[in-house]
Ligand binder design. Structure first.
Ligand code: ZN
Length: 293
């Protein structure tokens, strides 16, 4: 069997894996530190576990344009030390194998589309709600890149009249990420989301903001299914609240059979914490196919 490498390069942790399809044979994860030591640790893993191609799903923003001089780099991230870090060349050069990369959320969307909650569909939206918010969308089975790549966490949603939190996005204040990310929950309520009980008013407000964001994205992208992942979503009642708010906001305007059953339209990821590396295997497979024609 072909051994594919998957690297999920997240702002908090790196996950390195070897496998094929949805099968993960080896997997390690370690905290994201400064670029030199973090990339060296990932490189050491793939030297020790040889693979035929590598897919990298990386936190962004990243430059995905192959004709750009900064292709393969992380660009305007607020994460200290990581601006302008080349994430592709160090692996391509040291390992001498085909490498393909995309955003972490496009990677997760690809993984869920190929092997998880988006199987059999063409147009899938994956939104992750963790420390930050990011989204990846597939159109016709291909990740949307366009100008740069979508930055769905930074869309604007109307502020709830009851909410006087200023928002925590360093660029925009009260964009969706600024109002509804894990960091926003923590700052607004003075406690991390995991420490808030299910009955806390934080969750209805959270569901409201996420549903407002989802309505914008669904109206714009027309996905056949929405997959919601990330640490904040590890609270099952939140899915129910989001579906209720979403239904109210759409107000029967969209007439599609899939929307009659929101439990199968707005869903949790099926691959759990492997979505990122399984998506990176899809990227590795594509790199291999491009290299071998
Ligand atoms: Zn923002």
């Amino acid at each position: 069997m072909i051994r594919l490498g998957g690297l999920e390069a997240g702002g908090t942790k790196f996950v390195c894996a070897v496998g094929n399809g949805a099968t993960v044979q080896q997997r390690v994860s370690f905290p994201t530190r400064k670029p030199e030591e973090t990339l060296a640790e990932a490189l050491a893993f793939f030297k020790h576990h040889p693979v035929q191609a590598l897919g990298i799903a990386c936190f962004g923003p990243v430059d995905l344009n192959p004709s750009s001089p900064t292709f393969g780099r992380i660009t305007a991230t607020p994460k200290p030390h990581w601006q302008n870090t080349d994430i592709v060349q160090p692996f391509a050069q040291a390992l001498g194998i085909p490498v393909h990369f995309d955003t972490d959320v496009n990677g997760a969307a690809l993984g869920e589309w190929a092997w998880g909650a988006g199987r059999g569909l063409n147009d899938v939206l994956y939104l992750t709600v963790g420390t930050g918010i990011g989204g990846g969308a597939l159109s016709g089975g291909r990740p949307i890149h366009g100008l740069i790549h979508p930055e769905m966490g930074h869309i604007r949603v109307p502020r709830d009249p009851s909410d006087c939190f200023a928002g925590c996005c360093p660029f925009h204040g009260d964009c969706l990420e600024g109002l509804a990310s894990g960091a926003a929950i923590h700052q607004r309520w003075g406690r991390a989301g995991e420490k808030l009980e299910d009955s806390h008013p934080a969750w209805r407000l959270e569901a409201r903001y996420l549903a407002l964001g989802l309505v914008n994205l669904v109206m714009t992208l027309s996905p056949q299914r929405v997959i919601l992942g990330g640490g904040v979503m590890r609270r099952p009642p939140l899915y129910t609240l989001i579906r209720q708010e979403f239904k109210m906001l759409v107000n029967d305007y969209l007439q599609a059979n899939q929307l009659k059953d929101l439990e199968s339209y707005i869903v949790a990821p099926a691959l759990g914490e492997n979505a990122g590396v399984v998506g990176a295997f899809v990227l590795a497979q594509q790199a291999l196919e491009a290299a071998t024609g």
